[in-house]
Design a protein around this ligand. Sequence first.
Ligand code: HEM
Length: 355
Amino acid sequence: MTYGGYLQLESLLDLQEGPPSYSHTPSNDETHFIIVHQAFELWFKLILRELKEARNLLTQSKLEEATIPRIVHHLERVSEIFRLLADQWKVMETLSPQDFLAFRDRLGTSSGFESWQMRELEVLLGLENEQRMGGMDPLAHMKKLAGEGKVPAKALAELEETAALPSLQEALMTWLGRTPIHGSSPQDDGDQSVVKSYIDGHLTAMRAHGEEVIQHMVKIGHGDEATVRPRIESGINGAESFLIEEGSINRARAGLLFIESYRELPLLSWPRRMIDSFVDLEQAMLLFRSHHARMVERMIGRRMGTGGSSGVDYLDATTKYRIFVDLWAVRTLLVKRDALPSIEQAGYYGFVTDE
Ligand code: HEM
């Protein structure tokens, strides 16, 4: 075995000469442009592998405790890659706008918009079409591109396979739905009433805390009761409809709130680390999107993209996407530790008191 043979370096280093249709050798700037794109796509390839592994582990109907650290490990690696990619735009910024314009026309309509790996990783994570700009349907878009010969059939087939399986966000919510709440699991008798009383207890704690906030705000002169109270109450009403949707309990959200509220309990420590890893991953991905938009603004201003989008406005809109919506939303419902109702069945969670 040799270094070059193991890494197939000869083939890899032959891939920066531009497409076969090119009759010229790419300039230094264009070679840089090609290499940066290729490096991103290589990382995307690894991200897809890591996330698929995490999805396969998370979709098991019974998740052994030892499996959660493995999922966390995959997610943490992906977050680090996104952080690296967010910084990698800086290399692209060494290209001046004028130097980019020198070869931009040759790109024609080709654009990161056609990156099938990017689309697959969004679908794998669980980005809903309704969140996308103009409700874009990535499957229909990729099918169209495949029909025009711009995307290989194999890539389309992989995207379709990923779309047919549960996304990470769906798998996560299914798993959260099984969270033992006050020691009660979904299959246990009386689970619904345990969960309902847990929710009621939490909302009561929120209301009591809300009263304290109102008094404090009025006392320090940050508004009068008539203006502060409706804001606090609308937060509590929002919490109630988050947990109980149209009369039925959302057990996954209740489980999520439970884990986040009692996160110091030993049995909940890995579950909450996994939740944190998903939040961290989404945050890293959003920064990656945002840095791309800033680099693009610096490079092409407010011009249209080669893919035909509005350009920077489109990219900025993608920084509003949220995949793990409930993981972000639950933060609004949290109550300080000493105002929380005490945990029932503490022993179940491996929590031992002195008494
Ligand atoms: C000079 C450098 C770059 C410019 C000016 C640029 C510009 C743009 C623009 C304007 C878009 C919006 C779609 C369109 O209308 O084309 C876009 C999308 C995209 N670009 Fe770039 N880009 C650059 C470099 C890169 C690099 C190095 C990558 C790495 C693979 C990349 C990946 C993407 C992806 C994945 C999208 C789709 C984003 C989405 O739909 O969420 N871009 N780019």
